[in-house]
Design a protein around this ligand. Structure first.
Ligand code: HEM
Length: 319
């Protein structure tokens, strides 16, 4: 609605947007047009060069943005290193030994600081980098509303409590996303992110050895690299067929019980989201559109705007 789209608003509309609780009203896709015209091209080329060095980096940057936004909003809290005042989010269970891409963000941030010191927030950088990563791997593009500020703190406990675990049931997944304002359909679309990237053996071992809703040949081949004990950090692709292409193969895999994580296969296990998986499996364009729209919505989760927060100079540290 108009709260998201127009940057200049009459007072009554601003008030209406405020009443509706859309803090994203203050975000605008042209936010850096005059203050840092090279911002978007700098981020795009930084992401392209990182992804051409290692395709998986596109997946890692997309996940960083998700793990930022689900923990007190898209405020770059995930990028903060621990300090004496707080323990950050990097060592939370879903993040520890798992999140990656921090160095890529640092490199792009230092380029942004050279071009336009103190202008582009780490939270916007992460949001745009996620979009550019999807594009670099062949997925859809979308316009990113901008103007987020960076947090001055981070929360280990919020990261542990808000990021969904791969052990969740379908109803647990629906609840975790509904707590952030997403429908079950949007949750399924966003889960399509698992068409790229890798997971550690520890994240899918139980599904492999103790569950029956997994294709036997698929399970056997995975066991070679994920023993029943040990090898916790051994990697397997979330989408075996095309791990570095952002396509709809993830949903096709679910239909043949080749979801890697327990939580992946929950989306197609005889429950209420089976029909949505079938739709995305047979209609790639519908998936791409729904995914892009859900990503914009995720990027708008409680941003700090206006005088709240700061523009960090170094994404790892509060100024
Ligand atoms: C539906 C609930 C979700 C659960 C339970 C979940 C869980 C996981 C787990 C366990 C991994 C592997 C981590 C590891 O073993 O190190 C993973 C990887 C990944 N997740 Fe999710 N995830 C979910 C939703 C999402 C969403 C919404 C996105 C993005 C919008 C996303 C993007 C990714 C990507 C791209 C990877 C691969 C990262 C890499 O290769 O570095 N996930 N996820």
């Amino acid at each position: 609605m108009a709260c998201e789209s127009s940057s200049v608003k009459p007072a009554f509309l601003l008030f209406l947007c405020f009443l509706l609780g859309t803090a994203s009203a203050q975000l605008s896709s042209t936010f850096y047009s005059t203050s840092c015209p090279s911002a978007l091209s700098t981020i795009k080329s930084g992401v392209s060069s990182a992804v051409s060095k290692e395709a998986r980096m596109g997946a890692s940057l997309l996940r960083l943005h998700f793990h930022d936004c689900f923990v007190n909003g898209c405020d770059a809290s995930v990028l903060l290193d621990d300090t004496t005042n707080f323990t950050g989010e990097k060592t939370a269970v879903p993040n520890n030994n798992s999140l990656r891409g921090f160095d890529v963000i640092d490199t792009i941030k230092s380029q942004l600081e050279s071009a336009c010191p103190g202008v582009v927030s780490c939270a916007d950088l992460l949001t745009v980098a996620a979009r550019d990563s999807v594009v670099a791997l062949g997925g859809p593009s979308w316009t990113v509303p901008l103007g987020r500020k960076d947090s001055t703190t981070a929360s280990l406990s919020a990261a542990n409590n808000n990021i969904p675990a791969p052990t969740l049931s379908l109803s647990g997944l629906i609840t975790a996303f509904s707590n952030k304002g997403f429908t079950a359909k949007e949750m399924v679309a966003l889960s399509g992110s698992h068409t790229i990237g890798q997971a550690r053996c520890t994240s899918f071992r139980n599904h492999l050895y103790n569950e029956s809703n997994i294709n036997v040949t698929f399970a056997t081949s995975l066991k070679a690299n994920c023993p029943s004990s040990g090898g916790d950090n051994n990697l397997s692709p979330l989408d075996t067929t095309s791990p570095t292409s952002f396509d709809n193969a993830y949903f096709k895999n679910l239909q043949i019980q080749e979801g890697l994580l327990h939580s992946d296969q929950e989306l197609f296990n005889g429950g209420s989201t089976d029909a949505q998986v079938n739709t995305y499996s047979s209609n790639s364009a519908t998936f791409m559109t729904d995914f892009a729209n859900a990503m914009v919505k995720m990027g708008n989760l409680s941003p700090l705007t206006g005088s709240s927060g700061q523009i960090r100079k170094n994404c790892r540290k509060v100024n």
